[in-house]
Write a protein that binds this ligand. Structure first.
Ligand code: ATP
Ligand code: MG
Length: 774
């Protein structure tokens, strides 16, 4: 039984899983070839056969969702207790975890706020304003997006503002100054943006004591690591030298975020003994989906050709359809989902469908079309209105959050008053929250009574929430309390015509909070575990080092009124302060971190409820798979995206989207679309035109026949994974209209397609019915 997971691997996969622990390994292969499966199995193998301690294994995934999936898969192999000890997460999440634990080592405060890219944009927009006149005079223009991207690239290369500001080029010079102000702003507001998490993470992990705990590091989706992430990996693996990475250069889609496929070659230099293993069999998709996907990606003549074959039969030909408008496209997708769901007799649940978009802005008409058909859907990135409120509670220094919520719901605090509050707080070197608390407490003479009245409800709410947070109240309960305190439902009813829908969304967000909450146990566990790793570590000398290291920064404490008082830290007591700081990692703080990290870094959202159709960006879908995939708006301007600088990367993105499909793939495009408020004529994407010219039969125009053969193949593909057999059996039972699904789980066979046949046989014997008789 213990080796069951090894028996369902092919020869090459098995070779990769059992590859000697101490020899660095690169597994390179196309989509659906089982890279992630091999990585997961290798972790199990390291623990069960090589007796590596689970807590000294670090598994890096690209998204939080992928981390959760990996944990789910691992749980089936090695049990929950061991899985929780393995450090699994994105590079960002791992950095955040360690930075909260050892903030003083790198000069941050433990209650830093993670600033997502929307937030960064808002900050930069404001910093850019004063430069407008200067640029106009020189007939130059500079967009926030460009500034963000240049700064982010500079950070990932380890450049400082000074490196840019000294440029003689006008634009670079301005960006350099903006970079400097932006960094200052982040530090003053006690926040770290996504790049900072990595920058400070690298600093932390380059200290030998921190990297010592890790005996083996494994990285999924390695082709999308940037230089900082690569450096992190190198530092984490610096003492053990044991590394396993999996990747696929054809799926590199984060060049725009400075990802470097060249890291594959770098790794071979840094870890000279590195061995490469290639996997060539695709287990995910039908042959016709694989053929269409390969036809798309192989248009890129610069790419190194790769073999990928499948043992699955052709299945339904992928569909390519043209619509006159996005409304019709969306309506047709919604109807098709309904049709398939009904025709599959329960085999396909809503969660088996995904709609993959080039950009979030395309989701609106799809959401409303799905709603019209009564199909529940979840959009991966939601506006979480409560986030800034909770940020203010957790980190009063973070001014952008304060500005967002001080007047929500409307308290009649105008821009002028707000400006005065901010200026006064700044002058006194305290947070604006601390300042209005002083006003509320009557400690600011000359405050006008109306101002006092207006801020009263806000201060009361924040104080109440802060107490709850410090007592360790769970985030979902804090959000519920917040809704009551600020009378949010009434506020919506007063101000929004679609208050009901919005309120429903808020309720959804509470569900989201409850889900993240379950994950918090893992975070807390990991933190606690980490303390033991580093502090017990069996190496007293090293522990001594920890304590003796002078603190590089000043420690922060909240006085009883919640004002931030900065006191110089005494060298020698840094470690003790760190302990105290990490104890203060309340569930709320961990929740905020999980929530902010899920909003970006390539992902866009939490798992959310099951049994819903997913609408996601193509980027966020990386590494995942669904039985049915729709890719709308496959048009010039969208695919490739008009603003993208790298056409080949756009093509790979479409390839990634198509290779998510297991059984059915639908591409569509419109002849007209509303773009930035204007109706624009649209043309089919050149990526697809090229394919049709070469092989017109790769796509079909009509919707596929969803007959018994299609259904059986689907059941076979869905059934192949041992962990999901029970799920498939349950679905089959639904299909055969019986509640006794457990009779279908008795298929210990790993041969995938046998599940369906076995289920059919069992059912026939048991109930005397067969598919044909239905
Ligand atoms: P991507 O590049 O898209 O991340 P991947 O190479 O990581 O793909 P996986 O997600 O690991 O591929 O595997 C794709 C599917 O194939 C999964 O459902 C997995 O369970 C299944 N699979 C992989 N190897 C086998 C195997 N030997 N037998 C049966 N199913 C397999
Ligand atoms: Mg994968």
């Amino acid at each position: 039984m213990a080796d069951e997971y090894l028996r369902c691997l092919n020869t090459e996969q098995l070779r990769a899983v059992r590859h000697p622990h101490h020899v660095p390994l690169q597994i390179l292969a196309g989509p659906g070839s089982g890279k992630t499966k091999v990585l997961t199995s290798r972790i199990a193998y390291l623990i069960l056969h090589e007796h590596i301690q689970p807590q000294s294994i670090c598994a890096v995934t690209f998204t939080n969702k992928a981390a959760r999936e990996m944990k789910e898969r691992l749980t089936k192999l090695i049990g929950k207790a061991k899985v929780e000890e393995v450090k699994t997460g994105t590079f960002h999440a791992l950095c955040a975890l360690f930075l909260r634990r050892y903030p003083n080592r790198v000069g941050v405060k433990s209650n830093f706020t993670v600033c997502d890219s929307d937030e960064s944009k808002t900050i930069l927009k404001r910093l850019l304003n004063p430069y407008k006149g200067y640029l106009d005079e020189r007939h130059l223009s500079l967009e926030v997006r460009t500034v963000m991207s240049v700064i982010s690239k500079a950070k990932s290369k380890g450049q400082t503002p000074h490196d840019l500001a000294t440029s003689s080029n006008d634009i670079d010079h301005v960006i350099g100054e903006l970079f400097e102000s932006y960094e200052r702003f982040l530090r003053e507001n006690n926040s770290l943006d996504f790049d900072d998490l990595l920058v400070y993470g690298v600093r932390l992990f380059s200290q030998q004591q921190v990297s010592n705990w890790c005996q083996h590091v494994l990285v999924d989706e390695f082709q999308d690591t940037n230089t900082l992430q690569y450096d992190l990996m190198r530092h984490i693996a610096s003492s053990s030298r044991c590394v396993t990475i999996v990747g696929d250069p054809d799926q590199s889609i984060y060049g725009w975020r400075s990802a470097e496929v060249a890291n594959l070659a770098r790794m071979k230099l840094d870890f000279p003994a590195t061995v490469q293993i290639y996997l060539e069999q695709n287990y995910r998709s039908t042959a016709s989906i694989l053929r269409a996907s390969m036809a798309i990606v192989s248009q890129d003549k610069t790419r190194i050709p790769k073999t990928l074959h499948t043992s699955h039969s052709n299945g339904c030909t992928p569909v390519l359809q043209c619509f006159p408008s996005e409304q019709e496209e969306s309506a047709c997708i919604a109807r098709e989902i309904k049709r398939l769901s009904a025709a599959s007799g329960g085999l396909l649940g809503w969660e088996d469908f995904v709609i993959l978009l080039r950009m979030n802005s395309l989701s609106r008409s799809l959401e409303s079309a799905l709603r019209k058909e009564g199909i529940p859907c979840r959009v991966l990135k939601g506006q979480k209105f409560f986030e800034p409120y909770l940020q203010v509670v957790d980190n009063p220094d973070f001014v952008p959050a304060f500005e967002r919520v001080i007047n929500v719901p409307g308290r009649g605090i105008g821009d002028k008053t707000l400006g005065e509050i901010l200026r006064a707080a700044h002058a006194k070197h305290i947070s604006p929250l601390a300042f209005i608390e002083r006003i509320y407490d009557g400690r600011v003479p000359d405050t006008k009574p109306p101002v006092k009245r207006k801020i009263a409800s806000f201060v009361k709410a924040v104080r109440e929430l802060r107490t709850a947070a410090r007592q360790g109240t769970m985030p979902a309960d804090i959000i519920r309390a917040l809704l009551g305190l600020v009378e949010y439902e009434e506020h919506l009813k007063r101000t929004q015509p679609d208050a009901d829908t919005r309120w429903e969304n808020v309720m959804e967000l509470i569900n989201f909070a409850s889900e993240v909450q379950t994950d918090l146990n893992d975070y807390q566990y990991a933190l606690q575990d980490l303390t033991e790793d580093v502090e017990a570590g069996g190496d007293n000398e090293r522990d001594q080092d920890w304590d003796d290291m002078p603190a590089e920064t000043e420690a922060v404490e909240l006085d009883e009124e919640g004002f931030v008082e900065v006191k110089p830290a005494t060298p020698g007591i840094a470690a003790a302060q760190e302990d105290r700081a990490s104890e203060a990692s309340t569930p709320l703080r961990l929740f905020l971190q999980a929530s902010m990290l899920s909003g970006d870094s390539g992902e866009g959202g939490e798992e959310g409820e099951r049994e819903k159709v997913t609408i996601s960006t193509c980027h966020s879908a990386k590494g995942l798979e669904w039985p049915v995939v729709f890719v709308p708006a496959v048009e010039e301007g969208t695919f490739p995206f008009a603003l993208s600088e790298d056409t080949n990367e756009e093509r790979r993105l479409l390839y990634v989207a198509c290779t998510r499909a297991q059984n059915l793939l639908y591409l569509s495009h419109c002849t007209k679309r509303l773009v930035a408020g204007k109706q624009m004529g649209r043309k089919l994407s050149g990526f697809v035109c090229a394919v049709i010219e070469d092989s017109p039969d790769i796509f079909a125009e009509n919707m596929p026949e969803f007959d018994r053969a299609a259904l059986e193949q689907m059941a076979a593909i869905l059934a192949r994974e041992i962990p999901s057999e029970e799920v498939v059996a349950r679905k089959l039972a639904e299909f055969y209209r019986t509640d006794h699904y457990h009779q279908f789980t008795d298929t210990s066979s790993k041969a995938m397609s046998t599940t369906f046949v076995a289920a059919d046989a069992v059912y026939r014997a048991d109930a005397g019915k067969s598919v044909e008789q239905r």
